[in-house]
Design a protein around this ligand. Structure first.
Ligand code: C2E
Ligand code: CA
Ligand code: CA
Ligand code: CA
Length: 278
């Protein structure tokens, strides 16, 4: 950069400072956000591909920044994963999901399972499983109503401790889903080893569904997953053509803007009250 001349160098330097300042203040604000209760869970419907009945909800975090902006997870989860804040945030989201399930139950609503996104960074903490089990215990929630969405990359590490962790969680009754399936390196063999309940076909596949090569791979994945007794859900479904295609090819569940965007819990309750989505 220096070679490009004095002016360029100066400009570069200045914007670096601005970027550094921005990320510093974001990090500073993020550290306060948990204590100040600035996070909010949005819920996105998952439906049965055949009946259109509501079968679950994915909890997706939003940060209501005190400056009035709603910040999407893509703009702060990576930072939290880097600076270790992800553990506190995950505890918050998991507890929020448990408490939400209890509130629905107490309000006499039909509840549907909630899935919570889990960043692999929390596996570095030895007490992560224990912490989740403890939260389920404290909130007295049915573990069968909770699902962890974990991206497939961690599966191939084939780490003994991790395998034991997943087994312990599964014994409690909690479900495991492999998120963004198809973007990493997992094989169905690993899925079998971990006895995951669900695989979630990544949006990039859904988008390319009507392309012959993708369609061929997708059909094979669905067939194999079913042979291993797994549920298959496709995410990022935006068009009726995609939904029809998935239904015809035995995909079990679908999720995406075509059905519903992620919405605040108050709106999601209306879906619980009227669980067949037209
Ligand atoms: P993800 O788990 O793959 O979640 C799906 C993302 O796609 C969500 O974005 C969702 O709003 C969006 N989406 C859903 N349907 C459609 C569709 O039909 N079309 C398109 N184009 N997009 C759709 P969101 O909420 O911004 O979350 C982004 C990512 O941030 C998530 O990807 C997940 O990796 C992470 N994330 C979200 N909430 C949490 C959380 O509570 N904890 C952790 N650790 N990560 C989270
Ligand atoms: Ca997810
Ligand atoms: Ca995903
Ligand atoms: Ca993702």
């Amino acid at each position: 950069i220096k070679e490009k001349g004095k002016n360029n160098y100066k400009f570069y330097n200045q914007s670096m400072t601005e970027d550094a300042y921005k990320s510093y203040s974001l990090e500073r604000d993020l550290r306060k956000a948990v204590d100040r209760n600035e996070f909010e869970m949005y819920y996105q419907a998952k439906i049965n591909a055949k009946t259109n009945g509501l079968v679950g909800a994915e909890a997706l975090i939003r940060w209501n920044h005190p400056n009035g902006n709603r910040i999407f997870p893509g703009d702060f989860i990576p930072l939290a994963e880097e600076n270790g804040m992800i553990f506190a945030i995950t505890i918050w989201t998991f507890r929020a999901a448990c408490e939400q399930l209890k509130r629905w139950e107490k309000g006499g609503l039909t509840t549907v399972p909630i899935s919570v996104n889990i960043s692999p960074e929390i596996f570095d903490r030895q007490d992560w499983v224990e912490t989740l089990l403890q939260i389920m215990d404290e909130t007295n929630v049915d573990p069968g109503l909770l699902e962890l969405e974990i991206t497939e990359g961690v599966l191939i590490q084939n780490d003994e401790t991790f395998i034991t962790s997943i087994e312990t969680l599964k014994q409690s009754g909690i479900k495991i889903s492999i998120d963004d399936f198809g973007t990493g390196y997992s094989s169905l063999l690993y899925l079998k080893k971990f006895k995951v309940d669900t695989i979630k076909i990544d949006q990039s596949f859904t988008r390319e569904l009507l392309n012959n090569d993708v369609s061929l791979i997708l059909k094979a994945i669905i067939r194999l997953a079913h042979e291993l007794d797994m549920t298959v859900i496709a995410e990022g479904v935006e068009t009726a053509e995609q939904a029809t295609y998935l239904r015809q090819n035995e995909c079990d569940q679908i999720q995406g803007y075509l059905i519903s965007k992620p919405i605040p819990v108050g709106e999601f309750v209306q879906l619980l009250e009227n669980p067949v989505i037209q």
